[in-house]
Write a protein that binds this ligand. Structure first.
Ligand code: ADP
Ligand code: TRP
Length: 323
C-alpha cells in the first residue's frame, strides 16, 4: 500500500498534530508492506507565510521534528514539497479540470474568508495543489486529521474529472485514513487545538512553558470534593489521551468519585506529557546539533520521490498532449 501525507511548516508542532497525524505516520512505516511518503508542505504554507527566512526556518524545524518523533528515512521517503517541481506542474494540469464551484465550497477557504481574511488565489487553489501532492505518487491512503476530509473528497473528484476528461485511468483515487477516537484533540480553551486559535500544547516547548499552558487548561468551578463532569471536559479528554490503559480506571475515578481537584489532575497530565515525549525531546536536541544530516535526509528523500513522480507525470503529459 502506498501511503502519503504532508504537514505545513507554519509553526511549532502541537499534540493535535501528533495524535491527528504524525503518530499514524510512524505506525504506518512499521509495516514493511507500506511504502510511505511524508513531506513538508512548504508551498502550501506560502498561502499564509510571506517571509522567506521564517518559511525556511520553519521548514527546517519541521524536518527536525519529524525525525525526532520517529519518522525514519530508511523506512519512509521524507522530503520538502518544493524540491519536487513536478507537483506544481501537475497542479496546473488539474486546475484546468477543476470546477470553480468545487473550490468555492471548501471549508478551509470559506472559513478564512468568513474571518475577514482577504484571500489570495493560492488559498483558493490550495486543494488543487494538495490533490497534486497526492495524485503524483498514486497514493492509496492518506492519513490526516478530520479537518482534511473535504480536501480528500476534492482530490478524488479532481482525479475522476481528469481521468474522465482524458479517457484513461491515469490517476488513482486515494482514500483518507482518519482515526475516529482521536479525530479532534481539544486545545487548552476547549476548542479544536490549532495554531490559529493560540490554544496549543506544543510538543517541544520548554518545560516551564508547557507547565504554564497545562495549568491554564480551562476547567469549570466544580468544588474539589464533588464528582466532575466528563462530557465536554477538556482535561478529561487530554488525560485519556496520555494515560496508559492500565492506569485509566483509576484516573477516571478522579472524575466520577470526586475528591481530586483540577490542579492535581493538571500536574499529573504535565508529567504524562513530558514522559510521553521524553525520547523525542532528547532526539530533537541531538538533531539540532547536526542540521547538515537533516538536510541530507531531505535531499535524498526528494531524489527518491522524483523517481516515482517521473512515471506518473509522463502519463499525465502524454494524455494531455503535452509530449
Ligand atoms: P493547525 O490547525 O494547528 O494549523 P495543521 O492544519 O497544520 O494544524 O494540521 C497538521 C495536521 O495535524 C493535519 O493532518 C491535521 O488534520 C492534524 N491536526 C491539527 N490539529 C488537530 C487536532 N486538534 N486534532 C487532530 N488532528 C489535528
Ligand atoms: N493541507 C494539509 C494540512 O493543512 C497539508 C497537506 C498538504 C497535505 N498536502 C497534503 C496532507 C497532501 C495530506 C496530503 O494539514
Amino acid at each position: 500500500m502506498r501511503v502519503l501525507s504532508g504537514v505545513q511548516p507554519s509553526g511549532r508542532l502541537h499534540i493535535g498534530n501528533y495524535f491527528g497525524a504524525i503518530r499514524q505516520f510512524v505506525e504506518l512505516q512499521r509495516d514493511p508492506s507500506n511504502e510511505c511518503f511524508y513531506f513538508i508542505a512548504n508551498l502550501h504554507a506560502m498561502t499564509t507565510v510571506h517571509d522567506g527566512s521564517t518559511l525556511k526556518e520553519n521548514t527546517q524545524m519541521l524536518a527536525v521534528d519529524f525525525l525526532a518523533l520517529g519518522l525514519d528515512p530508511k523506512r519512509s521517503v521524507l522530503y520538502r514539497q518544493s524540491d519536487i517541481p513536478e507537483v506544481t506542474e501537475l497542479s496546473w494540469l488539474l486546475s484546468t479540470v477543476t470546477p470553480m464551484g468545487l473550490l468555492q465550497r471548501c471549508h478551509s477557504y470559506k472559513d478564512k474568508v468568513a474571518k475577514g481574511l482577504s484571500p489570495n488565489h493560492g488559498l483558493f487553489a490550495y486543494p488543487v495543489l494538495m490533490a497534486a501532492d497526492i495524485l503524483i505518487v498514486r497514493a492509496d491512503k492518506v492519513p490526516v486529521g478530520k479537518d482534511q476530509k473535504q480536501h480528500l473528497e476534492v482530490t478524488r473528484d479532481v482525479a475522476a474529472a481528469f481521468n474522465h476528461e482524458y479517457g484513461e485511468e491515469v490517476l488513482k483515487l486515494p482514500e483518507e485514513m482518519i482515526l475516529p477516537e482521536v479525530a479532534v484533540v481539544p486545545g487548552i480553551d476547549g476548542r479544536k487545538m490549532s495554531k490559529s486559535y493560540g490554544n496549543t500544547l506544543d510538543i517541544f516547548a520548554p518545560e516551564a512553558e508547557l507547565k504554564k499552558r497545562v495549568m491554564s487548561i480551562v476547567t469549570d468551578s466544580t468544588p474539589v470534593e464533588e464528582p466532575k463532569p466528563i462530557r465536554g471536559n477538556t482535561l478529561y479528554q487530554l488525560l485519556k489521551l496520555f494515560t496508559p490503559k492500565e492506569e485509566w480506571r483509576e484516573v477516571r475515578t478522579w472524575f466520577t468519585q470526586g475528591g481530586t481537584g483540577y490542579g492535581k489532575m493538571k500536574q499529573h497530565l504535565l508529567g504524562l506529557i513530558l514522559e510521553y515525549f521524553k525520547e523525542a525531546r532528547a532526539k530533537r536536541e541531538e538533531l539540532m546539533g547536526d542540521l547538515g544530516y537533516v538536510e541530507r535526509v531531505l535531499q535524498e528523500g526528494a531524489a527518491r520521490a522524483r523517481a516515482v513522480v517521473a512515471e506518473v507525470m509522463a502519463d499525465c503529459r502524454r494524455v494531455c498532449g503535452l509530449r
